[in-house]
Design a protein around this ligand. Sequence first.
Ligand code: ZN
Length: 345
Amino acid sequence: MSAALLPVASTASVLAAAPEKKFKHWVWTNPNLKDTAEELALRYRKYYEAGIRGIFFEHDSEVHFRAAKAQKLEAHYWIWTMNRGEKSLLADHPDWYAKNRNGESCAEKPPYVNYYRWLCPSREEVREYLESVYEAALKKDYVDGIHLDYVRYCDVILPVNLWADYKLVQTSEAPDFDYCYCDVCQAKYKKLTGVTLKEIEYPEASPSWRQFRYQQVNEVVERLTTLAAKYKKPITAAVFPTPDIAHRNVKQDWVNWKVSGVCPMIYHGFYKENVSWIGTAVSEGIKALNGKFPLYAGLYLPDFKNDDELSQGINHALVNGAAGVSLFGDVTDASLAALKKGSIK
Ligand SMILES: [Zn+2]
């Protein structure tokens, strides 16, 4: 072959091509119904060029989903799972809501904020209700997959950077934020273990009670995973940053799920960590998953001081084994440039 026939790649095109080949990046967004078709076409084309391959839409907007697909992006429907405050549920099924260790229900007394309306994951009616919600999404031809969020218990411990906002010091598990102690959970636990929960002096320190609660959410995820498989569509989830923090703060056991991928929210500022911690957290997740399914590092754009830091954060995630990143926040042209730059190993 003569030299003239060799493909000549400029540095710029190598840089542009790199993320396309190796990584799959995502964006979390709440579709703005005022966006025009022209704006969306331009925005999503830029996303694709930067290496983004999918969008998690927090609401159903056929226009947005189809505009994304027209630019070769996957359009996934992002739906909250256990935290559900719809008026119809609160009015018709207050008994479906989780109760804390004081016996207070999220239907009447939501913890921390008014929108914290956690359902009890142990109840069959709750599981069936969630299946109906996700099945309605899966049935739509323009929905490429479902994305779970708040698929866990209420935070018994908040990320440390939020403690001051709520005037709390959460170095132990307070009864106000520890769920679910409803009758159904207690009866189910008794049936499984033979132990009466009320007879345990410090239930928050009981490994079997903790494991029981991981299992309840795991079973919800299993049901939704089976449902997604029926429609041959992927199921992903936004989860807590590391397996350890997920267990400790929100009783979430994502390592044991069988989903298509997870997006741990490695929001370093929430935990008062620096950017290099993104790599540490990714590495912990990757080791625990042992290749079971891909991990996409969720990054919180407002936590980065500048775009240089953002590209470093992205790089920390990718060199530690993430299959891509998922961006939350205002994705600007500068963020896209940082994404391209950070995607070079
Ligand atoms: Zn319960």
